[in-house]
Design a protein around this ligand. Sequence first.
Ligand SMILES: [Zn+2]
Ligand SMILES: [Zn+2]
Length: 274
Amino acid sequence: MMNITELTLQLQPSRASDRLLQPFWDYLLIHHLPLISSPFFPVLLAFSSFFFFSIPFAALDLLAERVPLFYKYKIQPDRRPTVEMMVTNFTIALSNHIFFVVPIVIISTFILPTPTVPKDAPTLYELFTGGLAVLLLFDTQYYIWHFIHHKHPQLYRCIHAIHHEYIAPFSFSTEPLSIPELITVGFWSNQDPIILKCHPLTMWCTTIFSIWLSVEDHIGYDLPWSLSHLVPFGLLGGAAAHDMHHQKPSSNYAPLFSHWDRIFGTSVPLKRKN
Ligand SMILES: [Zn+2]
Ligand SMILES: [Zn+2]
C-alpha cells in the first residue's frame, strides 16, 4: 500500500500482471485518480447507484397495466406509488445526503487517516470472496439491528418507523431512513470492507451490488429473472421477502440473505407471483 502522493509520483501502468482486472485498475489510476481517491467518491457511487437503479422501476410503476409483461409480477397491484410519493422519497434521500452524509464525510477527513490506493488490482477471487464476506457481515449486523429496532417500541418509533411509512414499497422508498439509521448503515458500509482488508475496487463493486440488492428488495415486483430467483435455494431474500416485511413487520428482518431469518424462525412463507 502507498499513499496518494507517492502513487502520483510513481504511477506507471502495471506490467506482466496476471490479474485480469489490472488494465481496468491501471486506467482508473492513470485517468481518474483525483476522483477515486476523493473521500466523497463512495458516497457519490452509492447515491448515483440508488438513483439509476430506481428509475426503471419507477417508470414501470407509472406505466403499470400498459406493460403487462412486468405488471403481472406486481406483488401488491392494488397499492401503487404516485409521482408525488416518488419525488418526496427521492428528495428526502437527497437532502439526507447533502445535509448529513456530506458533512460527516468532511469531518471524517480531519479524523481518519489519509486513504491509501494500492497499485495492484485485486484478483477476481479476491474481489468475489472479499465482496461476499462484506455482504455476509453487513447482513448479520443489520439483522441484529433490525430485530432490536422492531422489538423495542421506542427505538422503532424514533429510529426505524420512517422506513415503514409504506406497506407496499417501491424503488424510491429504499433510501429514506432516519438519520441514526442512515449513519449506522453508512458506518458499516464504509468500515466493513476496511475491517476485512478489502481492495478499494472490491469495496466499490460491493457497494454497487449491495445497492442493487437493496433496491431490488423494494421494487414491489417478484420478477422471475431477478437475482433472488437466479441464486439457488432461496439464499437471497429479494423483493418477495422484503415486501412481506413491509406488510408484516415482525418477519423477514435480514436485508440481503435468508439464512438468519430461517435459523431464528423469523421468516414467513412467501406469496410468490411466479
Ligand atoms: Zn424496506
Ligand atoms: Zn423494518
